[in-house]
Write a protein that binds this ligand. Structure first.
Ligand SMILES: Cc1cc2nc3c(=O)[nH]c(=O)nc-3n(C[C@H](O)[C@H](O)[C@H](O)COP(=O)(O)OP(=O)(O)OC[C@H]3O[C@@H](n4cnc5c(N)ncnc54)[C@H](O)[C@@H]3O)c2cc1C
Length: 394
């Protein structure tokens, strides 16, 4: 650890490490192997973490939460993801959307949605943007096509909006109790001008969960289709401004995204490095522990180098974000996430190699980490789109 941590940070780090050791690691492999993707999730585990404050970590103190800062959040993710990236992300997905309730929502909306979020240990948050026909276009819509991007429509009818359409890949899908849904309220203009967000509680009539997606890794984390068929929400559920949904959800609220993902994949890398080091010290071949063979030692050095570099980059970005009056630097966050992801792909691959034949056996711990890491190039804006955005290309 390179950073000067304050007492609060250290306490958080210890709490998260303890939770990962005692509650996550003992069940992570077993949950990963469950075939039905809807069954990999454990409400009991989420409840235990929620009791420790892990679900509502980002709620500011003026709203009754612990108000943990970005550095504290990153430290917690690193520890939880070392235990299981999917569990870590289930919690941090709630932190990501907390500002929508605490900062963007109206007072009336906050009064409705914040108390249950604070009180119910299984109250998770989700956000639905992606659709089968709209992925990267939601982030970088081609300027020549105003219809590009999501199509799920919200049409005003009296005091209500009627939502029709379908989202897919949506995180915490099927387990969240409150979703923020991005809709088209004007289909004739680009999504930057015709998008509106709505709060949609999970039990709203006309809203159902479709398939749970069956991912190669990060299997604890739920991703599902959200289906809206004449789903009516009161106009009071409109979040932010009509037709300003793209702007309202811009980086001033969700800049956490890239930092969150980088911390998660570095936690996974940390676990891969530790397992590989332990195996290399204990596995004897060629008359000595394999760490004594130059080829294995070089692999471990390579892994360590990437792990330390990714951590340093992460902490540099977090620290600069927390500096007084710092300008938000979205490109450095995106590039850092891509870098951490590329490091993790190499680190987890080398860990599997160091385990030899057992590396690809499901009872060794490292093949799961390789699968978990391989989810990251496909997340949010995927790595290519991150690089493209950072380079300000269109
Ligand atoms: C585990 C997981 C969790 C997710 N959670 C959520 C969630 O909670 N909410 C949500 O809304 N979405 C979520 N997503 C969806 C995610 O945001 C999209 O998958 C992602 O934006 C990519 O979209 P796509 O899958 O449609 O790929 P596509 O857009 O079809 O891209 C396919 C390929 O083409 C490339 N490409 C596309 N357009 C361009 C371009 N203009 N220039 C150059 N290359 C291009 C891409 O880089 C990619 O390699 C999740 C996805 C995953 C895997």
């Amino acid at each position: 650890m390179h950073q000067e941590l304050n007492d609060e940070h250290r306490a958080l780090q210890e709490m998260a490490r303890d939770f990962a050791e005692k509650e996550i690691i003992p069940v992570a492999a077993e949950r990963d192997r469950i075939q039905d993707p809807a069954e990999t999730f454990s409400p009991e585990l989420i409840k235990k973490g929620s009791v420790l404050g892990l679900r509502t970590l980002a709620v500011p103190d003026e709203f009754g939460g612990p108000g943990v800062d970005l550095m504290g959040q990153v430290l917690v993710i690193l520890e939880l993801a070392r235990g299981d990236g999917g569990v870590a992300k289930t919690f941090s997905q709630c932190w990501k959307w907390t500002p929508m309730i605490c900062r963007l929502a109206t007072d009336e909306q906050r009064e409705r949605f914040l108390p249950p979020f604070l009180e119910d240990d299984l109250y998770l948050l989700g956000m639905g943007g992606s659709e089968p026909g709209a992925g990267s276009d939601n982030r970088m819509p081609p300027p020549e096509d105003p219809t590009a991007g999501w199509k799920t429509a919200a049409v005003k009818d009296g005091n209500e909006y009627v939502i029709n359409g379908m989202k897919h890949f949506i995180a915490n899908g099927g387990v969240a109790k409150l979703y923020i849904i991005r809709t088209r309220t004007n289909p004739k203009v680009p999504i930057s001008e015709g998008t509106t967000m709505f709060f949609v509680p999970a039990d709203t009539p006309g809203f159902t969960i479709g398939r749970r997606h069956d991912k190669i890794g990060w299997r604890f984390y739920q991703n599902a289709e959200l289906i809206f068929q004449d789903c009516r929400v009161p106009q009071e559920n409109l979040l932010g401004e009509l037709n300003k949904g793209k702007h309202d959800s811009s980086e001033r609220f969700v800049s956490f995204n890239d930092v969150e993902l980088a911390a998660n994949v570095i936690g996974i890398s940390q676990a891969a490095f530790e397992h590989a080091l332990d195996h290399a010290r204990n596995r004897v071949q060629g008359g000595k522990p394999i760490i004594g063979h130059q080829s294995i030692a070089l692999k471990l050095s390579d892994m360590y180098m990437r792990l330390e570099a990714a951590k340093s980059y992460l902490f540099k970005v977090v620290e600069s974000d927390q500096e007084e009056g710092a300008e938000f630097e979205s490109s450095s966050k995106q590039l850092m996430k891509v870098f951490a992801t590329e490091c993790a792909l190499q680190i987890t691959r080398l860990a599997v190699e160091i385990f030899g034949g057992s590396g690809v056996m499901r009872d060794a711990p490292v093949e799961k980490l390789l699968r978990d890491a391989n989810v990251f190039p496909h997340l949010a804006a995927d790595s290519i789109m991150n690089l493209k955005a950072a380079a300000k290309l269109q």
